[in-house]
Design a protein. Structure first.
Length: 174
């Protein structure tokens, strides 16, 4: 089987950021999937499942009620590897154009107070598995990263570098 595009990126080189991971064309409509990466894969602890679950709920509720984004949002959900989220939107915005709404949503998460939206047995499949304090902590860290890190690596997956060997042979470093 072929690797799906987001798996074919070298995960040893991914740093946190917002990356276009997939583009699907359905008839006349484009649908874009972004990798909202919060952690450097395999190099730092991933996010706890309960905190991921809380971020999923609070950010989904925020996006689904957002005046500008509610009609463009198709999906928001956690990665199984617990290092980030996927957001799927209508159209083909650039990753840098997703930056303001992602930052806004994570700021909202970092300052969130009160009951976790939808954390009830009627609305959730595992309503006791939530961790608001850790969700806020992880969101605050991501906001700090997004507002301070180098923009050059924030919106583009690392390029696979073509290296030249001394004997002139070329190979792709991956
Ligand atoms: Zn839930």
């Amino acid at each position: 089987m072929d690797l799906i595009p987001s798996f074919s990126v070298d995960h040893t080189r991914i740093v946190p950021g917002i990356f276009e991971s997939r583009l699907d064309i359905l008839g006349d409509e484009a649908v874009t999937t972004f990798d909202v990466r919060m952690k450097t894969p395999n190099a730092e602890p991933a996010i706890g499942p309960a905190a991921m679950h809380t971020i999923e709920h609070v950010v989904a509720t925020y996006l689904r009620n957002h005046s500008e984004w509610k009609d463009k949002l198709i999906y928001w959900g956690p990665m199984g590897c617990l290092t980030g989220f996927y957001i799927i939107v209508k159209g083909r915005p650039a990753a840098s154009e997703m930056y303001p709404i992602i930052l806004e949503a994570f700021r909202h998460m970092s300052e969130y107070e009160g009951e976790v939206s939808g954390a009830t047995p009627e609305n959730c499949g595992n309503y006791l598995m939530h961790d608001l304090p850790m969700a806020k902590w992880e969101a605050r860290r991501y906001v700090e990263y997004l507002t301070s890190a180098n923009r050059d690596s924030m919106f583009e997956y690392p390029k696979t570098e073509k290296l030249k060997l001394e004997d002139g042979q070329e190979f792709f470093d991956s």
